[in-house]
Design a binder for this molecule. Structure first.
Ligand code: SF4
Length: 343
């Protein structure tokens, strides 16, 4: 996907038919109120001054269920951006919404006004997970909505959550396989957090819910990144941005470099599978590009330490120019680790 500059406009809970148990948009965004149209224009003016105009600029309405707003309100939001589109300052518009709230005739009108991308919060394709999360919905209707978005040739982003109530690793991977089947243009992965003032906080405090442990979450994310990478689906985000106020966070797997950590696990798994069963000395020399080496080393050198601990060796790195593979000198022979599809 080509890179875009995004101007996020938060419309917390607007259009939401009910609250999902894990969600508190005000806590997530730190915005207590929805911007007025003047406020939106001001936000656009502020943000465009930061961007270099070498990438398209897209205004994004996040944090609510855009297509469940009255259509007159949806049009009002889009009209607030038209002036910038006519001047060529803003290139397009996107929004996030529920996958069971898509009406073709409305999307047709919004497309004429610059709609380019629709993001759907799938979270899980497992109905027990969705029920336990207060999300509801019906997969057949989700698939019909996606078909509509495809017919209109809009870009499709799908959001997946891991570690919701009743979730398992198998259900998470089933969701990933379904997302692949739906041919998403991009994906966001959100490990579930317990956020202050949510139903999930109540469940957590009563002992009815426990979030994933951090390491478990990183392992799930690593498997998902490997899967999406193999199927050439871009993952544009892992995890929520940091909370504005620390007190908004109650429990759950957060790490500022979760993606990098998960990536180092991916490379560790690949390297381990090549090394296993081979005779190795007490010293490994791993040759690869700096990018791939950084991918393996990971935050706090976690990936490097894992190899050293697993094989009781010292690891040394040497830079090469070949991004397709690592060459590992074991002291006895040279082994190859494919770095294909690593991104
Ligand atoms: S997750 Fe989405 S649909 Fe659910 S309450 Fe939050 S904003 Fe609304």
């Amino acid at each position: 996907m080509s890179k875009k500059n995004i101007i996020p406009i938060f419309i917390p809970f607007q259009g939401c038919p009910h609250l999902c148990v894990y969600c508190n948009q005000n806590r997530i965004t730190g915005n207590e109120e929805t911007l007025s149209l003047d406020g939106i224009r001001q936000r656009i003016e502020e943000q465009i001054s930061y961007f270099k105009k070498d990438h398209p600029i897209e205004v994004a309405f996040y944090g609510g269920t855009f297509t469940m707003l009255p259509f007159s309100k949806q049009l009002e939001y889009f009209e607030g951006v038209q002036n910038y589109m006519e001047k060529g300052i803003i290139d397009s518009i996107r929004f996030s919404t529920r996958p069971d709230a898509i009406r073709k005739n409305e999307l047709v009108e919004l497309k004429k006004m610059g709609l380019k991308t629709v993001e759907l919060g799938i979270q899980s394709i497992d109905s027990t997970v969705r029920e336990a999360s207060g999300r509801g919905g019906n997969i057949k209707i989700y698939e019909e909505s996606i078909e509509t978005i495809r017919q209109l040739e809009l870009d499709l982003g799908l959001q997946q959550m891991i570690g919701l109530p009743e979730d398992t690793f198998e259900k998470t991977m089933d969701t990933a396989r379904w997302i692949k089947k739906m041919k998403a243009d991009f994906v966001r992965i959100y490990p579930t957090l317990v956020i202050r003032d949510t139903e999930l906080e109540v469940m957590y405090k009563k002992g009815q819910y426990h979030p994933l442990f951090l390491e478990e979450s990183v392992e799930w994310v690593a498997e998902l990144l490997e899967f999406y990478s193999k199927h050439k689906i871009s993952v544009i985000r892992v995890g929520l941005p940091p909370f504005e106020e620390e007190s908004s966070f109650v429990a759950g797997p957060v790490h500022p470099q979760m993606r990098e950590w998960a990536n180092s696990l991916r490379v560790y798994y690949r390297t381990r599978s090549v090394l296993e069963g081979n005779e190795i000395g007490n010293h490994l020399i791993i040759k690869g590009t700096q990018k791939n080496i950084n991918g393996l080393v990971g935050p706090n050198k976690i990936g490097k330490k894992k190899i050293e601990d697993a094989f009781n060796v010292r690891v040394q790195f040497v830079n090469t120019k070949n991004p397709e593979k690592f060459l590992i000198d074991t002291g006895k022979e040279t082994l190859e680790v494919s770095m294909k599809d690593f991104r």
